[in-house]
Structure formats: structure tokens, C-alpha cells
Write a protein that binds this ligand. Structure first.
Ligand code: UN1
Length: 511
């Protein structure tokens, strides 16, 4: 397949000459540039400069200066700038979606869907820019007024993962910008080009609106760049998406300086399939949830918990559905499943597959790595299904690959306890037409996850809701609902417009 980008011979060093997309041109770097390979065909797409500590410090200083100005821009005006960004993403949807698909390996449909999430959050953020509401309270003292206001935080560091290389950044950045913050984005070292493309796409809007340079910054590199953000007291909030291991390191570093963090980490998402389920709805939801993005969404369906009376029926239907899956180049729309991100991910898949076998797990749909014509990158794996036990260590952890565990239950109570019986708490679902079962699943005694669905799968959350989960998922909420509050600081104000000085709590203090 032809590469969709010309292959530059030198590492890309985006300049500041275009202004407003701050990434320093000069480098004292002796670091190896990042090489971005496509998992679709194994081709080197480009090499990208890695930020040095000196680069990083200059970015932070520029961002600080920009913040002093940006916070004074009225929020609806900031919203108008984000609206224009949404227009740009509409214009470049196909190009960016294609690059996401090529650099990351998800299907073109899903690449386009990811850009659609950016467009949607831009629209949401525009409305939000006029709704940064604080409450007013009645004071207990006469001629006093109490209210709360929400002020911008400052610099927001956004650490994003390879699997949603652009959408997750936008959930954070668009909301942070209408809130009056400035952003420093550290994209995954596996997908630097999509990040560069986003910076280019919004650059024109920032220039046309005379937005100060430093409102949107990018630093590239591996975990040390992430660590700089986490340890830096100049960075008010670090929003990190990725593995639980990474999240724990970020949380510890940020907490060590009493900064704020917003974490969106691993999931181990289950679907309960009740004997009252409409299987015509359940089967496609399970299959897309398990194999979409080659099992590399944090919301991927990893476990299905099936009522024993319909277990064999569900198993057979899934077997049939998996037999129809077409695996191949993600840019070719006739395929359902593309590659995993790299060899490391293939190894992770194989380690888990071996562990399942060692534990005595039976594969209903066999695993394997695909080779031959069209699969030269070595990153194409077969989505598989294994009969397992919820307590197995391998089932308890998240393997970022298309491996689905089939579990059995007797009572709904047992199903809910298996569903909750993992360290993670991101997404969950039940398929049932029984109202009592559905409501029990959604009740305080039901799913313990940040997302709980009825008759839809675990992935594909809309941007309008708050996104995130509990336990090892990290507890953060981003995107819609009132997630904006994490990007602002709350200030409580009391104003005395009277002629006396009454104290609260009835205290008298006579001089
Ligand atoms: C992620 O995998 O980190 O809910 C984000 C979904 C997508 C976002 C996933 N809207 O599947």
C-alpha cells in the first residue's frame, strides 16, 4: 500500500513561525527522534523531534505568559474560537481520520468517528462557554451576599494514549480552553503525527483570532516528558489517559506537590447477558465491543457474563459472528478489524493467550498472529474468545488486545458480583428486557463502574456524558456533563453591603 504522507528524511521540527502552536524550533536535543511506524503496513511514516528539558521549560514559560492574557478573554469569546476550531475539524475530517487510521491502525470508519468526537466536543464546549455557572447562597447574616465563582486554573497538561490519539486530547483541551486555561499536550510517543496534524489544523484559527502564542502547546517524547508535567508545580492540572501503571506514577508525582490530577485509566468491562436479553441486539454489541479498534479501547468489552440457561446459545452465536469477521488493512473499508499498535502489543496478546491455555481455558474462537500478503507489519492478530473464570489473574487484568472471556452465572446477584469483582471500574452493561433486572443493575447495589448501560454495549460512549470510572480506572471524569469543573478553581465570595459587622456562628466580639 502507498504511504499517505511523503516520507521526510529529517525529523519534523514544527516551527513557531506560524505562531500560536508553540513548539520550540531550536533544540539542544541529543535524543533519538521518535519514529512513527504504521501498524497497517509496517512503513516508517516519519521521524519526529523529541523535546528536551530546555524545550519543555520554554514551552511552560510561554504557556504561563499566554495564560495571563487568555484568562481575561470573555468565556463566550473563547467559545467562539473553539467553534471555529470545530469548523476546521469538519473541513479536515477525512484527512485527519485517514491519518489516525494509518498511524494508529484503527479502521477508517473508526478514525473518522474519532474526528467526529472532536467536532462534537467543540460544539459542546461552545455551549459550555456560556454556562460556567456558580451558585448563589443565602447568607445567615443580614445585608450579606454569598456566591461562588469559577476561575481558570492555569496550565493543563494533557497526557494522551495511542488508542484515541486525538479525541481524548480534544475532550480535555476544548473544555480547558473555554474555561480559560492553556494546554500543554504530551501525545503518545506511538502516535506523534496525529498530534502534529491537530496543531496544524487549529493553528489557522488561533492566528486569525490573535490568540496569544502558548495557549496550545505540544511536547513530544516518552515517559520523561510526562514526568516533567507531573512534577512541575507550574502545571495546575495533569489529565492523564493510559495504563493503570502510568496513572499511578502520575498520581503519586502530582499528589507529591499537592497538584490536581484527572485520571482515565484501564478498564475491564463486562456485559451481563440475561436470559431475558434480546440476543439480536446483544450479539452485535458484544462483537463490536470486543473487536472494535482491535480490542484497544479502554471501553472494550473484555468479559461477557452469561446466564447458564442461554450460555450455549450465546456461545454458538458468537462463534458464528466471529467467523464472519474480516481482518485486514484498516484503510480498506471492507475489513472489520485492523492491526494492534505494534509488536509489543502482539507480545502482550501472546503472553495472555499462553496464560489462558496454562490455566486450562478453552478457546471457543482460536487466537493467532496472521502472516502473509497484506499482513507484513506482523501486527494483525485474530480476535479470540476463551471460556474462563473471573478469578483468574489473567481475567483480572486488562490486556489491550481482542481477547474476550466467556463467563457463566446463575443468579443476577452472582452476575453483578462477577462484573464488579475486578480491580477496574470503567464501563459495564446488561442486556435484558426485564425492568427489575435493569434497574437493579443501575442501582446503588448494581454496577460499580463510571458507565453502566442497558441494552447497549460498553464502548462508544457519547461526548455529552461524563467519561471515566472508579477504582483502578482512576476516578476522573472528562468530556461532557459537569466535567468542566475539574478544569476550574472554585472561589466562594461573601460580600457585606450593610452598615454593621456581624460575625458568623453568632459570635460577638465587642471592642
Ligand atoms: C478510550 O478508549 O480511551 O467510549 C476512549 C468509547 C470512545 C472513547 C474511548 N468514545 O469507546
Amino acid at each position: 500500500m502507498q504511504s499517505i504522507l511523503p516520507l521526510p528524511t529529517q525529523p519534523i521540527k514544527p516551527g513557531t513561525s506560524t505562531g500560536q502552536n508553540f513548539w520550540p524550533t531550536e533544540t539542544t536535543s541529543s535524543h533519538q527522534p521518535l519514529a512513527s511506524y504504521s501498524p497497517a503496513d509496517g512503513q516508517l511514516i516519519a521521524r519526529v523531534h523529541v523535546s528536551t528539558r530546555a524545550d519543555y521549560d520554554r514551552v511552560v514559560e510561554t504557556a504561563q505568559t499566554a495564560f495571563a492574557e487568555w484568562r481575561l478573554v470573555p468565556a463566550p469569546r473563547r467559545g467562539e474560537i473553539v467553534r471555529q476550531m470545530g469548523e476546521q475539524f469538519r473541513r479536515y475530517k477525512r484527512e485527519l481520520g485517514t491519518l489516525v487510521s494509518y498511524e494508529m491502525g484503527k479502521s477508517l470508519q473508526e478514525g473518522l468517528g474519532e474526528v467526529q468526537e472532536i467536532i462534537d466536543i467543540c460544539d459542546f464546549a461552545v455551549g459550555q462557554s456560556r454556562q460556567l455557572y456558580g451558585l448563589s447562597m443565602h447568607s445567615e447574616r443580614p445585608a450579606h451576599r454569598m456566591l461562588e465563582q469559577w476561575h481558570p486554573l492555569g496550565i493543563v497538561g494533557v497526557i494522551s494514549a495511542f488508542n484515541f490519539p486525538v479525541a481524548v486530547w480534544s475532550w480535555n483541551a476544548m473544555i480547558a480552553w473555554v474555561c480559560g486555561d492553556v494546554c500543554i499536550w504530551k501525545p503518545s510517543e506511538k502516535t506523534p503525527l496525529t498530534a502534529l496534524a491537530c496543531q496544524q489544523i487549529i493553528g489557522e484559527v488561533l492566528r486569525n483570532n490573535d490568540v496569544p502564542e502558548g495557549v496550545s502547546c505540544l511536547v513530544t517524547g516518552g515517559h520523561d516528558a510526562g514526568e516533567w508535567l507531573a512534577r512541575d508545580p507550574r502545571v495546575a492540572l495533569v489529565s492523564a489517559t493510559g495504563s493503570t501503571r502510568m496513572g499511578k506514577a502520575v498520581a503519586e508525582a502530582v499528589a507529591g506537590r499537592l497538584g490536581k490530577s484527572l485520571l482515565e485509566l484501564g478498564g475491564n468491562n463486562a456485559i451481563i447477558v440475561s436470559e431475558h436479553a434480546d440476543l439480536d441486539l446483544a450479539i452485535p454489541a458484544i462483537v463490536f465491543g470486543a473487536v472494535g479498534t482491535a480490542g484497544q479501547r479502554c471501553t472494550t468489552t473484555r468479559r461477557i457474563i452469561v446466564q447458564e440457561s442461554i450460555y450455549d446459545d450465546v456461545k454458538n452465536r458468537l462463534k458464528k459472528a466471529y467467523a464472519q469477521l474480516r481482518i485486514g488493512n484498516p484503510l480498506d473499508e471492507s475489513f472489520h478489524v485492523g492491526p494492534v499498535i505494534d509488536q509489543q502489543a502482539v507480545n502482550g496478546y501472546l503472553v495472555t493467550v499462553n496464560e489462558i491455555r496454562e490455566l486450562g481455558g478453552r478457546f471457543v474462537v482460536e487466537p493467532g498472529v496472521i502472516d502473509g500478503l497484506g499482513f507484513e507489519s506482523g501486527c494483525y492478530v485474530r480476535p479470540c474468545i476463551a471460556e474462563a473464570k473471573n478469578s483468574w489473574p489473567v481475567v483480572q487484568r486488562e490486556t489491550f488486545a481482542p481477547i474476550l472471556y466467556l463467563l457463566k452465572y446463575t443468579t443476577l446477584e452472582d452476575a453483578i458480583s462477577q462484573q464488579n469483582g475486578v480491580p477496574q471500574g470503567l464501563s459495564s452493561a446488561i442486556f435484558t428486557l426485564n425492568l427489575r433486572e435493569a434497574e437493579r443493575f443501575l442501582s446503588m447495589a448494581g454496577s460499580d463502574c463510571g458507565i453502566a448501560n442497558v441494552n447497549i454495549g460498553t464502548s462508544g460512549a457519547e461526548i455529552g456524558g461524563a467519561f471515566g470510572g472508579e477504582k483502578e480506572t482512576g476516578g476522573g471524569r472528562e468530556s461532557g456533563s459537569d466535567a468542566w469543573k475539574a478544569y476550574m478553581r472554585r472561589q466562594t465570595n461573601t460580600i457585606n453591603y450593610g452598615t454593621t459587622m456581624p460575625l458568623a456562628q453568632g459570635i460577638t466580639f465587642e471592642l
